[in-house]
Design a binder for this molecule. Structure first.
Ligand SMILES: NC(=O)c1ccc[n+]([C@@H]2O[C@H](COP(=O)([O-])OP(=O)(O)OC[C@H]3O[C@@H](n4cnc5c(N)ncnc54)[C@H](O)[C@@H]3O)[C@@H](O)[C@H]2O)c1
Length: 308
């Protein structure tokens, strides 16, 4: 039986903690002993989150800096108030729907920038302190929208960027003891309440995927004893699974001409056994060996890692 995972002595920043999942993540971590910086651009809502935590006997401070322009200030709040930083949950994000070619470019870039720059800048400001922690945890919130949801191109492009960033940071940060993971959650929150017009979907979400359920998963990932590293997980209510990038069986052409690929189109689009890749090196090495089998004995396992 797993002992209760406690966060005594740990300091966490949760962005977007004024409502929805961020609020639940902040409450969950504080309920288990973490000292929490609850950040949200909406000062009133995040003050409510902090009051709820303090009323339940937890420790938290509110921070209302914008994740894009005030990332260093958010991290500084943790240092000023609690003297250290061990956990960052990059949760804040925004969304708006519209057909790509009809959406006003300023709106498109705002959605992309808030989500991506916010995660990048908060991570950048936090990283030295997460390294100093000795068991730093960085959890980035992406979305299964990376697989394509019509009318949501800015959001999905941003979430794909966050995903790629997280996988790469994980590879870089392993050596300095910071664990980086990415979540693709599904939860009933103000964001989803705004998104889904269909009452059947709304009821299904309201009844099965409370925001608080995702927080249990976040807390597990954030814990100092959790050794998961670099992975991406889908999580919805009481279910979760690892998300992998996988390749279908390859094919070769004798000579690379547009016509030879046209002839092979049927093979390229047919079903077949999936091969999951954990790293870019696995995919790169696999392609090279497929082309030239003799490379199998000379290419290292981390063939795409330019730092080697
Ligand atoms: N709800 C879902 O099913 C779902 C699915 C996939 C991914 N996500 C992601 O999970 C995260 C939380 O989602 P949610 O549904 O709880 O969202 P939400 O809209 O309910 O809450 C997001 C919070 O972030 C805050 N925020 C926005 N911009 C900010 C900024 N610049 N600086 C600081 N705070 C800012 C908002 O004020 C808000 O309180 C988001 O990144 C979202 O994209 C949600």
């Amino acid at each position: 039986m797993t002992q209760m995972l406690d966060f005594n002595g740990r300091v966490a920043v949760v962005t977007g903690a004024g409502q929805g999942m961020g609020r639940e993540h902040a409450k969950m971590l504080a309920s288990r002993g973490a000292r929490v910086v609850a950040n949200d651009i909406n000062a009133d809502r995040v003050a409510d989150t902090v009051s709820a935590i303090i009323d339940s006997g937890g420790i938290a401070v509110a921070d209302s800096h914008n994740i894009v322009t005030g990332a260093a200030d958010i991290v500084q709040t943790a240092l000023n108030e609690f003297g250290q930083l061990d956990i960052v949950v990059n949760n804040a994000g925004i969304n708006a729907f519209g057909r790509f070619w009809e959406m006003d470019p300023d709106t498109w870039w705002k959605i992309f920038d808030v989500s991506v720059k916010g995660v990048v800048e908060v991570s950048r400001a936090a990283m030295p302190h997460l390294i100093a922690s000795g068991s730093g945890r960085l959890i980035n919130i992406s979305s299964n929208g990376v697989m394509g949801v019509p009318l949501d191109s800015a959001y999905n492009a941003a979430k794909a960027a966050i995903w790629g960033l997280g996988i790469t940071l994980a590879a870089e940060a392993r050596e300095v003891g910071v664990q980086v993971t990415t979540l693709m959650p599904v939860a009933w929150t103000p964001m989803t309440e705004d998104a889904f017009p269909n009452p059947v979907i709304r009821d299904a979400m309201r009844n099965t995927v409370p925001a608080s359920a995702v927080s249990a998963f976040v807390a597990w990932l954030a814990h100092q004893d959790t050794t998961v590293h670099g992975d991406t997980f889908e999580v919805a209510g009481v279910s979760a699974g690892r998300v992998a990038i996988a390749g279908m069986p390859r094919m070769k052409v004798a000579t690379p001409t547009p016509e030879s690929w046209a002839e092979g189109a049927g093979l390229l689009t047919q079903d077949g056994e999936l091969r999951p890749f954990r790293t870019a090196s696995e995919s790169f090495r696999d392609q090279m060996v497929y082309l030239a089998p003799e490379l199998d004995s000379v290419l290292p396992a981390d063939a795409a890692d330019v730092s080697r």
